[in-house]
Design a protein around this ligand. Structure first.
Ligand code: FE2
Length: 359
C-alpha cells in the first residue's frame, strides 16, 4: 500500500550543512489540499531521492507538503482518473521519465503550462516546447559489470555485441514496465534504427538467454552478487551499488557503451515534473518547479543520486565525472532523441515489447 507523507517541520539535510529535525505523518489529500499554504505532490521518484529537495522547499517557503509516492505509471493513471471524475488532483506530478509527461500531455492534456525566467535557463531539449513539463535530472544508459567476473578488456563496446554467444545467460535487463530506463532506450533504438531492426535485436537478446528482472535495482544487486556478468541499466545505479553495506557486492564497473566511431551512442534521458491541470495550489506549484531547476536542487540530485544536473554550470558529482568519457555530458556520444521524442513513442514501444514477449 502506498503511503501519504506529510512533512511538518522545516529542515535541510547534512549536504547543505544545516541541521533541522523532520517529522512525518499520515495526511489525506481531500483535507490537506483545501486550505492555503499547501502543496500536494505525486511522486514517481522514491522518497529518499526527493526528501532533501522537499525539505529545502519547506525551509524556503513554509508551505505544508503532502506527498504520495508510487510508481510513475500507477500515479499517472490515478491522476487521469481524478481528472476524469472531477475529484481533487495533486498540484505537481514528478515522474522518473519525462517522456511519460510528454505522453500524458499529448494524449490527455493532463498538465497546465508554466514558464518562468528560472525555467528558461534549462536547455530546450530538457523542457517541453509548450511549457507543460520540465526536465529535473539527467541519466544515461550504461552497462554495469561485475569486476570479479569480467576483465575490462573483455567487455563489449556496443550493446549490439550482447547477442554474442559468449554472453549467453550472463546478462540481466529490466522488463517492459521500466519506463525509468529500458523502455525509453528501446524507443530511442526504434527512432534510430526503425522497428524491424529493433525487434530483431531484442529477439536475438532473448535467444541469447538474457534474463529479464523487474527493476533496475534488482539488476544492480544481482550483478553485484555475481549472478550475472553484465546488466543494462541507468548510470547512477552503478554508484548506488558501490554504496551497499556488504563490501563483497560492491565490485562493479561502469561501461558507457556505443561510444566509438560508427557506433550509435547511448541514450541520455531525464526525469521530469509538471503542474497538474486543476491544481488548487497553483502558485506554490510554480514555486516548486522553479526550485527544482534551481542550482541548489540540481546540486542535490547530482550529489545524492549521482544523476547529471541539467542546469548548465552545475558540476557533475566527482566520481561520476571521473568515469564519464571526456568528463562532461556533452562529450558523451548520444542517440539523437529528446525526452519529448520518447514520449511520442511510448505506446508504440510498449506494443513492440509485448510482441517480442519482453516479460
Ligand atoms: Fe531509477
Amino acid at each position: 500500500m502506498r503511503k501519504w507523507l506529510t512533512l511538518r517541520l522545516l529542515i535541510v539535510g547534512g549536504i547543505l550543512g544545516i541541521l533541522v529535525p523532520l517529522t512525518s505523518g499520515i495526511g489525506s489529500l481531500g483535507m490537506m489540499a483545501q486550505s492555503s499554504g499547501e502543496l500536494v505532490i505525486f511522486s514517481g521518484r522514491r522518497e529518499p531521492l526527493l526528501t532533501p529537495v522537499l525539505q529545502l522547499f519547506q525551509q524556503q517557503t513554509g508551505v505544508q507538503l503532502t506527498v504520495k509516492f508510487g510508481s510513475t505509471t500507477a500515479l499517472a493513471q490515478e491522476i487521469l482518473q481524478l481528472q476524469e471524475t472531477g475529484r481533487p488532483v495533486p498540484d505537481v506530478f514528478i515522474a522518473n521519465d519525462a517522456g511519460t509527461l510528454e505522453f500524458l500531455q499529448r494524449t490527455r492534456g493532463a498538465f497546465q503550462t508554466y514558464t518562468s525566467p528560472q525555467i528558461a535557463t534549462m536547455p530546450e531539449r530538457f523542457r517541453s516546447s509548450d511549457g507543460s513539463w520540465i526536465g529535473v535530472s539527467g541519466r544515461s544508459r550504461v552497462i554495469i559489470y561485475n569486476k570479479d567476473l569480467v576483465n575490462p578488456e573483455e567487455l563489449p563496446t556496443t550493446a549490439f555485441d550482447l547477442i554474442d554467444s559468449k554472453w549467453r545467460g550472463k546478462i540481466a535487463v529490466s522488463n517492459a514496465s521500466d519506463t525509468d530506463g529500458f523502455v525509453p532506450w528501446v524507443s530511442a533504438l526504434r527512432l534510430t534504427l526503425g522497428d524491424e531492426l529493433t525487434k530483431a535485436f531484442l529477439l536475438k537478446l532473448k535467444e541469447n538467454q538474457i534474463v529479464i528482472l523487474a527493476e533496475q535495482t534488482d539488476i544492480r544487486k544481482a550483478v553485484g552478487r555475481g549472478e550475472f556478468a553484465l546488466g543494462l541499466i541507468n548510470n547512477y545505479y552503478v554508484y548506488l551499488q558501490r554504496q551497499e553495506p556488504d563490501p563483497a557486492v560492491r565490485n562493479v564497473g561502469i561501461l558507457y557503451h556505443d561510444q566509438r566511431p560508427f557506433q550509435l551512442g547511448t541514450l541520455v534521458n531525464s526525469t521530469g515534473a509538471a503542474i497538474v491541470k486543476g491544481a488548487k495550489n497553483l502558485q506554490n506549484a510554480q514555486r516548486f518547479l522553479d526550485l527544482l531547476v534551481s542550482e541548489l536542487a540540481q546540486k542535490l540530485f547530482a550529489e545524492l543520486n549521482y544523476e547529471y544536473p541539467l542546469l548548465p554550470g552545475v558540476p557533475i558529482q566527482s566520481d561520476v565525472r571521473e568515469e564519464l568519457p571526456s568528463g562532461e555530458l556533452e562529450g558523451l556520444k548520444q542517440l539523437p532523441v529528446s525526452p519529448a521524442d520518447l514520449g511520442k513513442e511510448l505506446e508504440a514501444t510498449q506494443q513492440l515489447l509485448e510482441e517480442v514477449g519482453w516479460f
